[in-house]
Design a protein around this ligand. Sequence first.
Ligand SMILES: Cc1cc2nc3c(=O)[nH]c(=O)nc-3n(C[C@H](O)[C@H](O)[C@H](O)COP(=O)(O)O)c2cc1C
Length: 199
Amino acid sequence: MSEPAQINVPVRDAIRFLLTRRSGSAKRMTGPGPSPDELETILTAAMRVPDHGKLAPWRFIVFEGEGRSRFGEVLMRILKTNEPDASAERLEIERTRFLRAPVVVGVVSRVRTDVPIPEWEQTLSAGASCFALSLAARALGYVASWVTEWCAYDPAVRAALSLSPQERVAGFIYLGQPSDVLEDRPRPQLSAHVTRFGA
Ligand SMILES: Cc1cc2nc3c(=O)[nH]c(=O)nc-3n(C[C@H](O)[C@H](O)[C@H](O)COP(=O)(O)O)c2cc1C
Protein backbone atom coordinates (compact mmCIF):
# COMPACT_ATOMS: atom_id res chain seq x y z
CA MET A 1 0.00 0.00 0.00
CA SER A 2 1.79 3.14 -1.15
CA GLU A 3 -1.02 5.70 -1.02
CA PRO A 4 0.08 9.30 -0.59
CA ALA A 5 -0.08 10.45 3.04
CA GLN A 6 -2.36 13.37 2.11
CA ILE A 7 -4.98 11.05 0.62
CA ASN A 8 -8.38 12.74 0.78
CA VAL A 9 -10.38 10.61 3.21
CA PRO A 10 -14.15 11.19 3.03
CA VAL A 11 -14.37 12.27 6.66
CA ARG A 12 -18.14 12.14 7.00
CA ASP A 13 -18.16 8.48 5.96
CA ALA A 14 -15.30 7.71 8.31
CA ILE A 15 -17.15 9.24 11.26
CA ARG A 16 -20.33 7.36 10.41
CA PHE A 17 -18.28 4.18 10.15
CA LEU A 18 -16.72 4.77 13.57
CA LEU A 19 -20.02 5.67 15.21
CA THR A 20 -21.84 2.61 13.93
CA ARG A 21 -19.19 -0.10 13.93
CA ARG A 22 -19.53 -3.00 16.28
CA SER A 23 -18.03 -6.41 16.78
CA GLY A 24 -19.37 -9.69 15.49
CA SER A 25 -19.62 -12.70 17.76
CA ALA A 26 -16.93 -15.36 17.49
CA LYS A 27 -19.66 -17.90 18.30
CA ARG A 28 -21.89 -16.76 15.45
CA MET A 29 -19.47 -16.35 12.60
CA THR A 30 -19.31 -17.96 9.21
CA GLY A 31 -17.41 -17.65 5.92
CA PRO A 32 -16.15 -16.40 3.69
CA GLY A 33 -13.19 -14.80 5.36
CA PRO A 34 -10.75 -12.28 3.92
CA SER A 35 -8.81 -13.31 0.83
CA PRO A 36 -4.99 -13.43 1.08
CA ASP A 37 -4.79 -9.91 -0.44
CA GLU A 38 -7.42 -8.59 1.95
CA LEU A 39 -5.67 -10.17 4.90
CA GLU A 40 -2.46 -8.47 3.85
CA THR A 41 -4.30 -5.14 3.79
CA ILE A 42 -5.83 -5.84 7.21
CA LEU A 43 -2.46 -6.72 8.75
CA THR A 44 -0.83 -3.69 7.13
CA ALA A 45 -3.50 -1.49 8.73
CA ALA A 46 -2.83 -3.26 12.03
CA MET A 47 0.78 -2.12 11.87
CA ARG A 48 -0.13 1.49 11.09
CA VAL A 49 -0.71 2.45 14.69
CA PRO A 50 0.83 4.88 17.14
CA ASP A 51 4.04 3.37 18.45
CA HIS A 52 6.25 5.43 20.77
CA GLY A 53 9.88 4.84 19.87
CA LYS A 54 9.10 3.04 16.58
CA LEU A 55 9.50 -0.33 18.30
CA ALA A 56 6.75 -2.17 16.41
CA PRO A 57 5.89 -3.89 19.70
CA TRP A 58 3.57 -6.50 18.22
CA ARG A 59 3.50 -9.46 15.88
CA PHE A 60 0.71 -11.49 14.31
CA ILE A 61 0.01 -15.22 14.21
CA VAL A 62 -2.46 -16.16 11.47
CA PHE A 63 -4.68 -19.19 11.95
CA GLU A 64 -6.34 -20.23 8.71
CA GLY A 65 -7.20 -23.44 6.86
CA GLU A 66 -5.79 -26.55 8.51
CA GLY A 67 -3.82 -24.43 10.98
CA ARG A 68 -7.07 -23.78 12.86
CA SER A 69 -7.80 -27.47 13.45
CA ARG A 70 -4.17 -28.23 14.27
CA PHE A 71 -4.28 -25.53 16.94
CA GLY A 72 -7.60 -26.96 18.14
CA GLU A 73 -5.89 -30.33 18.71
CA VAL A 74 -3.24 -28.51 20.75
CA LEU A 75 -5.90 -26.76 22.86
CA MET A 76 -7.72 -30.04 23.42
CA ARG A 77 -4.54 -31.78 24.55
CA ILE A 78 -3.67 -28.95 26.93
CA LEU A 79 -7.17 -28.89 28.40
CA LYS A 80 -6.99 -32.67 28.97
CA THR A 81 -3.80 -32.12 30.97
CA ASN A 82 -5.20 -29.13 32.86
CA GLU A 83 -8.55 -30.76 33.57
CA PRO A 84 -8.31 -34.56 33.36
CA ASP A 85 -12.06 -34.80 34.10
CA ALA A 86 -13.12 -32.44 31.32
CA SER A 87 -16.25 -33.68 29.57
CA ALA A 88 -16.27 -34.84 25.95
CA GLU A 89 -18.35 -31.75 25.11
CA ARG A 90 -15.77 -29.44 26.63
CA LEU A 91 -12.96 -31.15 24.72
CA GLU A 92 -14.95 -30.79 21.52
CA ILE A 93 -15.35 -27.06 22.18
CA GLU A 94 -11.56 -26.77 22.33
CA ARG A 95 -11.01 -28.93 19.25
CA THR A 96 -13.29 -26.64 17.24
CA ARG A 97 -12.58 -23.31 18.97
CA PHE A 98 -10.53 -21.84 16.13
CA LEU A 99 -12.85 -23.32 13.50
CA ARG A 100 -15.53 -20.81 14.54
CA ALA A 101 -14.23 -18.34 11.94
CA PRO A 102 -12.46 -18.71 8.60
CA VAL A 103 -9.50 -16.65 9.82
CA VAL A 104 -8.24 -15.85 13.30
CA VAL A 105 -5.32 -13.52 13.97
CA GLY A 106 -3.43 -13.72 17.23
CA VAL A 107 -2.04 -10.28 18.05
CA VAL A 108 1.01 -10.65 20.26
CA SER A 109 2.26 -7.75 22.34
CA ARG A 110 6.08 -7.79 22.65
CA VAL A 111 7.44 -5.52 25.28
CA ARG A 112 11.08 -4.50 25.31
CA THR A 113 12.71 -3.65 28.61
CA ASP A 114 16.02 -2.42 27.15
CA VAL A 115 14.54 0.85 25.87
CA PRO A 116 13.38 4.02 27.66
CA ILE A 117 9.80 3.67 26.36
CA PRO A 118 7.46 2.67 29.23
CA GLU A 119 6.15 -0.88 28.99
CA TRP A 120 2.61 0.46 29.40
CA GLU A 121 2.94 2.48 26.21
CA GLN A 122 4.23 -0.52 24.28
CA THR A 123 1.28 -2.55 25.52
CA LEU A 124 -1.16 0.18 24.50
CA SER A 125 0.27 0.10 21.00
CA ALA A 126 -0.64 -3.59 20.75
CA GLY A 127 -4.20 -2.73 21.81
CA ALA A 128 -4.30 -0.07 19.10
CA SER A 129 -3.11 -2.68 16.64
CA CYS A 130 -5.97 -5.02 17.61
CA PHE A 131 -8.48 -2.26 17.05
CA ALA A 132 -6.96 -1.09 13.75
CA LEU A 133 -7.05 -4.70 12.57
CA SER A 134 -10.73 -4.96 13.55
CA LEU A 135 -11.60 -1.68 11.82
CA ALA A 136 -9.80 -2.63 8.62
CA ALA A 137 -11.63 -5.96 8.51
CA ARG A 138 -14.96 -4.20 9.05
CA ALA A 139 -14.13 -1.66 6.32
CA LEU A 140 -13.57 -4.55 3.91
CA GLY A 141 -16.99 -6.00 4.73
CA TYR A 142 -16.09 -8.54 7.44
CA VAL A 143 -16.89 -8.62 11.10
CA ALA A 144 -14.24 -8.96 13.76
CA SER A 145 -14.41 -10.34 17.26
CA TRP A 146 -11.56 -9.49 19.62
CA VAL A 147 -11.44 -12.13 22.33
CA THR A 148 -8.83 -13.55 24.63
CA GLU A 149 -10.50 -16.48 26.45
CA TRP A 150 -8.48 -18.93 28.53
CA CYS A 151 -6.08 -19.78 25.75
CA ALA A 152 -4.55 -16.29 25.74
CA TYR A 153 -3.26 -16.81 29.27
CA ASP A 154 -2.51 -20.51 29.65
CA PRO A 155 1.26 -21.23 30.06
CA ALA A 156 1.14 -24.38 27.91
CA VAL A 157 -0.68 -22.53 25.12
CA ARG A 158 1.90 -19.77 25.36
CA ALA A 159 4.62 -22.39 24.90
CA ALA A 160 2.79 -23.95 21.94
CA LEU A 161 2.74 -20.50 20.32
CA SER A 162 6.44 -20.01 21.07
CA LEU A 163 5.79 -16.82 23.07
CA SER A 164 8.83 -15.41 24.80
CA PRO A 165 8.53 -14.17 28.40
CA GLN A 166 8.20 -10.57 27.05
CA GLU A 167 5.30 -11.52 24.82
CA ARG A 168 1.59 -11.67 25.65
CA VAL A 169 -1.47 -12.39 23.58
CA ALA A 170 -3.33 -9.07 23.23
CA GLY A 171 -6.16 -10.79 21.46
CA PHE A 172 -7.32 -13.49 19.14
CA ILE A 173 -9.28 -11.65 16.48
CA TYR A 174 -11.84 -13.76 14.68
CA LEU A 175 -12.67 -12.56 11.17
CA GLY A 176 -15.57 -13.62 9.00
CA GLN A 177 -19.17 -12.94 8.17
CA PRO A 178 -21.90 -12.65 10.80
CA SER A 179 -24.23 -15.65 10.72
CA ASP A 180 -27.14 -13.47 11.90
CA VAL A 181 -28.13 -9.82 12.15
CA LEU A 182 -25.69 -7.78 14.22
CA GLU A 183 -27.66 -6.24 17.06
CA ASP A 184 -25.99 -3.35 18.82
CA ARG A 185 -25.43 -3.40 22.55
CA PRO A 186 -26.19 -0.58 24.99
CA ARG A 187 -23.44 2.02 24.78
CA PRO A 188 -22.11 4.07 27.69
CA GLN A 189 -23.43 7.60 28.19
CA LEU A 190 -20.82 10.10 27.05
CA SER A 191 -21.56 12.43 29.97
CA ALA A 192 -20.68 9.71 32.49
CA HIS A 193 -17.19 9.40 31.03
CA VAL A 194 -16.16 12.98 30.35
CA THR A 195 -15.08 15.66 32.74
CA ARG A 196 -13.68 19.06 31.97
CA PHE A 197 -10.64 20.07 33.88
CA GLY A 198 -11.26 23.08 36.07
CA ALA A 199 -15.04 23.15 35.51
C1 LIG B 1 -8.59 -7.20 25.42
C2 LIG B 1 -10.01 -7.65 25.20
C3 LIG B 1 -10.32 -8.99 25.42
C4 LIG B 1 -11.64 -9.44 25.24
N1 LIG B 1 -11.90 -10.75 25.46
C5 LIG B 1 -13.17 -11.19 25.33
C6 LIG B 1 -13.46 -12.56 25.58
O1 LIG B 1 -12.58 -13.36 25.88
N2 LIG B 1 -14.75 -12.95 25.46
C7 LIG B 1 -15.75 -12.06 25.10
O2 LIG B 1 -16.91 -12.46 25.01
N3 LIG B 1 -15.49 -10.76 24.84
C8 LIG B 1 -14.23 -10.31 24.95
N4 LIG B 1 -13.94 -9.00 24.68
C9 LIG B 1 -15.06 -8.08 24.30
C10 LIG B 1 -15.33 -8.02 22.80
O3 LIG B 1 -14.17 -7.91 22.03
C11 LIG B 1 -16.17 -6.82 22.41
O4 LIG B 1 -15.65 -5.68 23.06
C12 LIG B 1 -17.62 -6.92 22.75
O5 LIG B 1 -18.10 -8.10 22.22
C13 LIG B 1 -18.45 -5.76 22.19
O6 LIG B 1 -17.82 -5.20 21.15
P1 LIG B 1 -18.23 -3.92 20.29
O7 LIG B 1 -18.31 -2.74 21.18
O8 LIG B 1 -17.10 -3.83 19.32
O9 LIG B 1 -19.51 -4.22 19.60
C14 LIG B 1 -12.65 -8.53 24.83
C15 LIG B 1 -12.31 -7.19 24.59
C16 LIG B 1 -11.01 -6.76 24.78
C17 LIG B 1 -10.68 -5.29 24.52
